[in-house]
Structures are given as structure tokens and as C-alpha cells.
Design a protein around this ligand. Structure first.
Ligand code: IPM
Ligand code: MG
Length: 361
């Protein structure tokens, strides 16, 4: 097999963690007999600086013509005050919309090696294994009308619209049910149906869909309660399916249960099979260029890319296994450091990973 991979290193620590991920990919490629061709393109702040736009058309085209896209991180203070259409985040949203990536999978699994890195008590988080399935190209992020409009009185009014069609709900609902089928068979749909019409429709469609998935146990929670339950007793959750904004918020909450957001990968998938794989964390401008970043979320994103994007399951297993092994060996970056462990930088973490990978075979 020959795969074309588009690399989008982006801003901040992006290039550092991407370098580690690419080395990992090269090694597993040769171990599992597939060939990788990499092409790199700008997105986010670097793209704004070089082209004036956060998602140049050439970047989107390159992504469209590849088998999978590996993204690191975008954004930074430098671009925070630009008009909205020129902000790094706008580039990310345009990438999701442009590639039709409506399903975002965000696993939050606590690793036994890192239980004590969580801010919650061991008995609460030990064993947590949640998959958040977030709708990614609809809802209030994309609904219209949107904008800041001047009223007759001269006062300004800001507007966004939370909207979902039945077909948009159904397609993410199916991803939720199918994901639950492959996991613990429990799906919790999160909405705000006690207040929002759009959420009532969401709930009705999920209930309707559930008759097609008799092997999945469906439950519903209002989003405020879901946020509370996530920190109260997270082990009650297996798979969560929810809209764009609620998923944005709940996936951050689920992420931090695991101790460090520096450990979590994500996959954004569409109908075409093309996916974007990226860590959940941001570009961490404060530590950029200092060789302090944790590359493991990026490496685990490589794992998700191999599994969900390229169907190279054995290679995905090897990458994930190697990431766990470096933790077992006691190596830690600053964000997950604890007593008695060996503090390493981004580069050294990458080198240890390569050693472990090479000796796995
Ligand atoms: C995320 C981020 C993005 C989002 C931002 C950077 C636009 O928070 O991927 O969760 O809100 O979707
Ligand atoms: Mg977010």
C-alpha cells in the first residue's frame, strides 16, 4: 500500500510534536510494509502570516487529495485580535466544513500509569473509558443567521443559530450507535430538550434510531446534568453522542478526567472516508520551541489515523502499545510528571518511542 498523508503542523508546539509523529509513522510503515508519502501545508497562524488566510485553498485541495490528514495544533496570542475571518480557529472550522468531517471521535481513557495525575480522586477516575462522539459541522457553530447586527435603536445585537436537520442528526446518531456497538454497548445522548426545540428534535430522532440498534442501550441526559455526572461518577459513561457546542464543552471536561489533555487524540471523519487526526490539546505557545511539549497525544493521533483512516489496525496497535510502554518505563514530560519518574523533553520522548517501537518486533 502507498498512502499520501498531508501534514498540517500549524502553530506553537505543532511542528515539534509533528516531527515526533512523522518519525513514528516512518518506522511503523517499514515494519508493517506500507509506504507513506508526506506533503506538508500551512494552516492557522503560519498560513495567515504567509498567505493572509488561515486555510489557503491549496491546503484544502492537498488535504482532499490525500488518504489522511494529520494535524498538530493551531493558534496563538499573535493572531487573537485579527478579524474573525482571519483567525486561526476559522481555518480549522473551514477545514472541517470543507472536508465534510461531521463526526468527531474523542476518546478519554485513563491510563493506569497516570491515574494519580488526575485532579480527581483515584476511585472516581480509575477505569474511566469514555468516547465522546461530537457532531462537528452543524449546530450553533455553523447555523444561520449569524453575525452582529445593528438594530433600529442603534444598539448592536449578536446572533448565532443552533439548528439541526433530521438528516444531520441521524448521520451523527448512527456514528454514535455504531461506536457504542464496538465498545460497551451503552450510548448516552446529550441535549437540552427541556428548553431548546432543536434539542427536542435531536432527542426524538435518537429515540427513533434506537429501534435499529437493539443491542445498544440508549439513555438521554440534559447537558447541565451530563457535565455534573462527568465529574461526579464518570464510570457510568461508555459512549456519549452530542451536538457541536455541547460536545466541545463536554469533551474538554472528559479529557481532563484523564489527568492531562496532553495525552488525548481525536479523529474527525466524514462520509468519504477521509479523516483529520489531531490531538485535543492546543498549540501551547508558552512552551513552544522549548522542547517541553508532550508528543504523546500527537502519537496517539497517529494511532487513530492508522486505525480509522487507513485501516492499518496492527500498526495502530503497535503505536498505542509503544506509547504505553514509554510510560511504563517511567518517561514523563512536564505535564504528566510525578515523583520518581524520569523527566524528558519532546525530542527525547520521541527517541525513546522509536527505540521501543523498534524492539517490539
Ligand atoms: C476544539 C476547539 C475548537 C472548537 C476551536 C479551536 C475552534 O476548541 O476542537 O474543541 O471549538 O471546535
Ligand atoms: Mg474545544
Amino acid at each position: 500500500m502507498n498512502y499520501h498523508i498531508t501534514l498540517l503542523p500549524g502553530d506553537g508546539i505543532g511542528p515539534e510534536i509533528m516531527a515526533v509523529a512523522v518519525n513514528v509513522l516512518k518506522v511503523v510503515g517499514s515494519q508493517f510494509n506500507f509506504n507513506l508519502e508526506f506533503q506538508e501545508a500551512p494552516i492557522g497562524g503560519v498560513a495567515i502570516d504567509t498567505t493572509g488566510e488561515p486555510l489557503p485553498v491549496e491546503t484544502l485541495e492537498m488535504c482532499r487529495n490525500s488518504n489522511a490528514v494529520l494535524l498538530a495544533a493551531i493558534g496563538g496570542d499573535k493572531w487573537d485580535n485579527l478579524p474573525r475571518h482571519q483567525r486561526p480557529e476559522t481555518g480549522l472550522l473551514a477545514l472541517r466544513a470543507g472536508l465534510g468531517l461531521f463526526a468527531n471521535l474523542r476518546p478519554a481513557q485513563i491510563l493506569p500509569q497516570l491515574v494519580d495525575a488526575s485532579t480527581l480522586k483515584r476511585e472516581i477516575v480509575d477505569g474511566v473509558d469514555i468516547m465522546v462522539v461530537r457532531e462537528l459541522t452543524g449546530g450553533v457553530y455553523f447555523g444561520t443567521p449569524k453575525g452582529v447586527f445593528e438594530m433600529e435603536t442603534g444598539e448592536k445585537r449578536g446572533v448565532n443559530t443552533m439548528a439541526y436537520t433530521e438528516s444531520e442528526i441521524d448521520r451523527i446518531g448512527r456514528v454514535g450507535f455504531e461506536t457504542a456497538q464496538k465498545r460497551g454497548g451503552k450510548l448516552c445522548s446529550v441535549d437540552k430538550a427541556n428548553v431548546l426545540e432543536v434539542s427536542q428534535l435531536w432527542r426524538d430522532r435518537m429515540t427513533l434510531l434506537s429501534s435499529e440498534y437493539p443491542d445498544v442501550e440508549l439513555s438521554h441526559l440534559y447537558v447541565d446534568n451530563a457535565a455534573m455526572q462527568l465529574v461526579r461518577w464518570p464510570k457510568q459513561f461508555d459512549t456519549i453522542v452530542t451536538g457541536n457546542l455541547f460536545g466541545d464543552i463536554l469533551s474538554d471536561a472528559a479529557a481532563i478526567l484523564t489527568g492531562s489533555i496532553g495525552m488525548l487524540p481525536s479523529a474527525s471523519l466524514g462520509a468519504s472516508g477521509l479523516g483529520v487526526f489531531e490531538p485535543v490539546h492546543g498549540s501551547a505557545p508558552d512552551i513552544a520551541g522549548k522542547d517541553q511539549a508532550n508528543p504523546l497525544a500527537q502519537v496517539l493521533s497517529v494511532g487513530m489515523m492508522l486505525r480509522y483512516g487507513l485501516n492499518e489496525v496492527a500498526a495502530a496497535d503497535a503505536v498505542e502499545e509503544a506509547a504505553l510502554q514509554v510510560l511504563d518505563l517511567g518517561y514523563r514530560t512536564g505535564d504528566i510528571m510525578s515523583e520518581g519518574m524520569k523527566l524528558v523533553g519532546c525530542k527525547e520522548m520521541g527517541e525513546v518511542l522509536l527505540k521501543v517501537l523498534s524492539s517490539q518486533m
